[in-house]
Design a protein around this ligand. Structure first.
Ligand SMILES: [Mg+2]
Length: 274
């Protein structure tokens, strides 16, 4: 996999004209977007991270635009994503690509979800045992992945919870086929060998080959995505300031992405001539 060395990204606003020219000249577009922190601001509780009407509207428009394949690639499960984004033509990849609609063949298709589930059950049990009646982190069970959330906790409490989950994971790790991945105020256990990069490449390969990829994310797990597309397309990180990333460009906040998606749609509509 081509890996771009991590650098400070370029402000997308300063190169928009150039990017729009590139977009207008592309044969077709493949737009893959993360959800939390990218399309919607991170919410205090994950269930509150609803998209705005404007966000749904532009996704709806792009998903039915000829020559555009639009996908949302998230760590959430498919059911939740579909609840937030009930958009018929939108491609949805949940759990970093373990669950994808519509069905595409990808490395994650070959994972034994029963083994995964058994490992996750052991992990949840191990965490509960370690807490011994103390305060549990908020557990989000995503069926083939489990997130332990620390958002909103006092920093010392969050630190304690974090080390406890890590210790519990070490106990169940062997033979579980699981990895533990850190995100923003969260630790997530999920199947090894599933990442947004390989999943998204497989989706594009089967649904939008030859298209110009526009790839947008905000978090650590999106770096896999940026690495996978380092030499192939337009990679954009939302937020994160000057923090180093494999993404080439940066937008400040989800609202900026929603506005830019509107501009992309206009560029695509007005390019004429196909
Ligand atoms: Mg995110």
């Amino acid at each position: 996999m081509a890996t771009r060395s991590k650098k400070s990204p370029t402000d997308l606003a300063s190169v928009k004209g150039r990017l729009h020219t590139r977009i207008a000249k592309a044969p077709s577009l493949f737009i893959a977007l993360d959800y939390d922190g990218t399309l919607v601001p991170i919410a205090e509780r994950p269930e509150l991270a609803k998209p705005t009407e404007e966000t749904v509207k532009i996704l709806q428009t792009l998903s039915t635009t000829s020559g555009v394949c639009l996908a949302v690639v998230s760590g959430r499960n498919l059911e939740i994503l579909r609840g937030f984004l009930p958009i018929p033509n939108l491609v949805l990849a949940g759990l970093h690509g373990l669950e994808v609609w519509p069905l595409v063949d990808r490395p994650a298709s070959r994972i034994d979800v029963h083994v995964v589930r058994a490992g996750l059950d052991r992990l949840i049990e191990a965490v509960k045992e370690k807490v011994e009646g103390g305060q549990l982190p908020r557990i989000e069970d995503k069926r083939h992945g489990v997130s332990f959330h620390f958002r909103g906790e006092n920093p010392p409490v969050a630190t304690k919870m974090r080390s406890l989950v890590t210790a519990a994971f070490r106990e169940i790790e062997e033979g579980s086929g699981l990895i533990l991945v850190a995100g923003k105020q969260v630790l997530e256990a999920r199947p090894e060998g599933v990442d947004k990069g390989t999943s998204t490449l497989a989706i594009q390969d089967q649904l939008a080959p030859g298209s110009l990829p526009i790839i947008v994310g905000d978090d650590i797990t999106d770096e896999d995505l940026f690495d996978a597309y380092a030499k192939k397309g337009i990679t954009v990180r939302v937020g994160g300031g000057t923090k180093k990333t494999s993404a080439r460009y940066a937008l400040k906040k989800p609202a900026d992405l929603v506005a830019w998606l509107g501009e992309i749609e206009a560029v695509w509509r007005e390019r004429g001539g196909g």
